[in-house]
Design a protein around this ligand. Structure first.
Ligand code: ZN
Length: 165
């Protein structure tokens, strides 16, 4: 049976004295309205959180790294799309573009360090992986390596060829 009085209790545990609203089963009009507003606010916060997670995933490089120009170029392209679609705040896009610019400036140093410590082949594989991941999916069933791919005799199969399979 529907109670007569609103069930809301304040921080001091005092029960609301108003009558239950006809449109609600246990709250007065004012507390039912407050409850709806709080629920809308919670849903909006959840929606923003989901959208932020989705944007973060879309903006991440496919390799999960930012070591090659292709990695960063892809992120900048996605940023361009998101801004054009009004899905990202202008100030945030500006900041991200600035960070990407700093990443691009440090790329030669990153490349030199990787080549110096891990060798040219490890660097080459990073670039190949980045290029393969950034390549749009092929329309045909053929998985042939494109003629412009980097390859050298005696070297292991290019990463992009292995990833494509
Ligand atoms: Zn109330």
């Amino acid at each position: 049976m529907k109670p007569n009085r609103c069930s809301h209790r304040d921080a001091l545990n005092h029960r609301c004295r108003d009558l239950v609203a006809p449109s609600h089963s246990f709250l007065c009009y004012r507390h039912a309205r407050n409850q709806q507003a709080a629920e809308r606010k919670r849903q909006e916060a959840e929606r923003k959180e989901r959208e932020a997670a989705r944007l973060g995933a879309e903006l991440a490089s496919l390799s999960g790294e930012y070591k090659t120009a292709s990695d960063i170029n892809r992120v900048l392209g996605k940023l361009f799309d998101l801004l054009a679609q009004n899905r990202i705040d202008r100030a945030k896009a500006h900041t991200l573009a600035y960070i990407a610019q700093l990443m691009l400036i440090t790329l030669p140093t990153v490349r030199n360090e990787i080549q110096m410590v891990q060798g040219f082949d490890i660097w080459r594989r990073s670039v190949l992986r980045s290029l393969a991941l950034n390549r749009p999916p092929a329309n045909e069933s053929s998985q042939a390596v494109p003629p412009q791919s980097v390859s050298s005799a005696g070297a292991p199969a290019p990463v992009e060829a292995r990833l494509a399979g």
